[in-house]
Each structure stands twice: as C-alpha cells, then as structure tokens.
Design a protein around this ligand. Structure first.
Ligand SMILES: Nc1nc2c(ncn2[C@@H]2O[C@H](COP(=O)(O)OP(=O)(O)O)[C@@H](O)[C@H]2O)c(=O)[nH]1
Ligand SMILES: [Mg+2]
Length: 349
C-alpha cells in the first residue's frame, strides 16, 4: 500500500514525510528537485503489543505502509500548477494525503488552508477532466464502443460540475472499466493540515473542518516542523516533549493509523512463539482471502478459521481459556474478517 504526500510547493510535504518516517530528507526551497522520497513505516498497533506480552514471541511484526513524497521538478513559487511528472507520480499511489500549509510561510504569506484545499482539488479535477476529454475526442472518430462513450460522458459531466469522481455512484463494472485511467479524484483523499508549533493542539479552522466533513475527507492536524524533530528523539524524550505540546502521542502514530484506514484496510492478527503479527487486509475480505495473505498453501488447503477477538485473548490469557469460555469460533471460507480478529487457520497440506 503506497500513500502519496501531495500538495503545493512549500506546504510541508517533506517535513511531514520526515515526521512520519523518522528519516531526514532535505526540506525547503533548496531541496533537490525531481527527487522522490520513499519511506516504509510500521503501523503502530496496541493489539500486537498486548498479545506479545502474553506470547513473548521472538518478534513483533506490524503492518506496513509506504509513504512517498514527490518533489517538484519545477522551481517552487514559479507555478502553483501541478506538472506532468507530479501528476504521473500521483496516479501511481493508492491513496493521497494532501498536505495543506497551516503556518505562515518564511516569505510571510499567511496560511489560507481552505483555499489551498479547494485549489488543489480543482487541479486534480482538471487533470482527470483532461484525460476524459482526450479519450472522448479519440472515441468520436470510432463508431463502436457506445457503452464506453456513455460512461465517459457521465464522468465528464460530473467533473465539469466540479465534483470529484469518488462522489459519483459507480458500479463495480464501471469501476473496473475505468481502473486503467487511475483517476486522481477517485483515489481516497485525506487532508493534513501542517500548522505552527503554537497550534499543535488547536482544533482545525472551522471552515476547513466543514469542507472535510461535507466531502467525506479525513483531516489530521499536525505541527510538521516540531514533529519532525520529535521523530528524531529517543522514545523517553519524545513523551515529555509531546506532552509539552499538549498532545498525547507523536502525530506520526495518529496520522499513520488514519492513513491506514483511508486505504480501507483492517488488520487481522496471528499469534505464536515466533511472532505476533498484524496482517493488512482490505475491509470486507473473507477468511479465505486472509489465509492467502499468509501463504498460498494455506489458502489452497483451507479447512477452517479459528477466530478469537484480541480483547478476549488478552483478557483470558490463552487460546485454551478462550475455547473453554466459548470465545473461540470456527468460521468457514466466506466469513468476513473483522478488524482485530486473531485467526488460526486450519489447512490441509
Ligand atoms: N513554521 C513552520 N514551518 C514549517 C512547517 N512545516 C514546514 N515548514 C517549513 O516550510 C518550508 C517548506 O517545507 P517542505 O517540507 O520542504 O515543503 P514541501 O515543498 O511541501 O516539501 C521549510 O522551510 C520548512 O522548514 C511547520 O509546521 N511550521
Ligand atoms: Mg519537498
């Protein structure tokens, strides 16, 4: 799962990237242009930690997501537009986190987060519209493909009305038909408001919150610059520093969990002496599919899934106790896995 940190130059993308990954990519106007920063982060998971206390495994394994911060090829400040290279990179990712500037820039420009959100969404909308129009133009010369023409016409009308494609009610067949376009406005989108240190614990501006709410977008507020420093500190120092900002935990954990949910992912868990592990799984997936995440042999030889809730396992202390208490269920292939299920797969080899 790859998430793109996107936004206008100077909004704080690389700063936020560093805060999330604990890396030290170059920030500011001097940063190397056209260079993409990639970082893999572990998704913090209290369930893995709690289960590991019981099972004392050799290692804890967390779900992972990749963040990608695409640097602008053009000189920041010259153009607010998105160039082709950026747009192409944005099409590659599974979900988009729009970093919005919420701090006064070094050039003294005050933050206008709502406007920035609108402008960026309009750019993505325009980029999708161009794709649709180009395709329609080519189709004009062909007599065939009325269904494709109709579908694209529907997309065009929606984009023309300034609406993102994710708000259009498309069926599964339509979604498959247009998957190849990798439309930007069809990707899950979350807003990251990068604010000054003084605003670290303040609520987001009401108008931006309203925009996020009415459009079904996630919104996370974080003080990028100071969080970047926190990410470099030893865990024991982090605690004190984070508390002094009026926060409970570093923004990284909060943000990473939100980004994980944005991708429509849940985690199921496996336990044992070797490892206690969180496995990412698309929400709504079956136990059979979950088995395949671990190994294709388990998927092929699937007999049943023994499922416990992680809370029960932690509370009761062992699988045997869960069984005794009737807190262990046997489920078949079609069982829809829930977030936090601890699963033991029975399978034929
Ligand atoms: N005051 C303040 N400055 C920030 C913050 N986040 C980023 N900056 C500064 O804004 C400039 C641009 O940040 P950068 O992360 O390189 O932006 P990018 O172009 O979107 O990657 C840098 O000089 C940062 O130090 C923040 O939270 N507060
Ligand atoms: Mg940058």
């Amino acid at each position: 799962m790859k998430i793109g940190l996107v936004g206008f130059p100077g909004s704080g993308k690389t700063t936020v990237f560093n805060a999330l990954t604990g890396l030290a990519a170059e920030t500011g106007y001097g940063a190397a242009r056209g260079k993409t920063n990639l970082g893999v982060v572990k998704v913090p998971d209290v369930r893995v930690d709690a289960l590991a206390k019981i099972f004392k495994p050799k290692k804890n394994v967390y779900a992972e997501i990749t963040f990608c911060d695409v640097a602008l090829a053009t000189t920041p400040g010259q153009s607010r537009g998105l160039d082709d290279q950026i747009l192409r990179a944005m099409r590659e990712v599974d979900a988009l986190c729009h970093v919005v500037r919420g701090f006064a820039s070094s050039a003294g420009e005050t933050a206008r987060p709502l406007r920035e959100a609108h402008d960026f969404e309009a750019e993505m909308n325009l980029s999708d519209l161009i794709l649709v129009e180009n395709r329609l133009e080519r189709l004009k010369k062909e007599k065939a493909k009325p269904a494709e023409k109709e579908l694209l016409g529907k997309l065009k009308a929606h984009l023309d009305a300034g609406q993102p494609l994710r708000s259009l009610d498309l069926g599964a067949t339509d979604l498959v038909a247009i998957a190849g376009y990798r439309f930007l406005t069809l990707k899950p989108l979350m807003l990251i408001l990068d604010v000054a240190e003084a605003d670290a614990a303040a609520p987001p501006p009401a108008d931006l919150a309203e925009h996020a709410r009415t459009n079904g977008l996630g919104l996370v507020v974080l003080a990028g610059a100071v969080e970047m420093d926190i990410a470099q500190m030893a865990p024991e120092d982090q605690k004190e520093f984070v508390a002094s900002l009026g926060l409970d935990e570093p923004a990284a954990g909060r943000f990473i969990r939100a980004a994980y949910a944005l991708c429509d992912l849940i985690s199921f868990l496996t336990v044992g002496e070797d490892e206690c592990r969180a496995w990412p799984l698309r929400k709504g997936s079956s136990a059979h599919k979950a088995a395949g995440k671990i190994h294709s042999d388990i998927e092929r030889g699937f007999i049943r899934a023994e499922v416990m809730r992680w809370e029960d396992l932690v509370r009761l202390g062992s699988e045997a106790k869960c069984r005794e208490a009737g807190r262990l269920r046997l489920e078949g292939k079609d069982y829809v896995v829930a977030d936090g299920d601890v699963i033991n797969f029975r399978f034929n080899v």
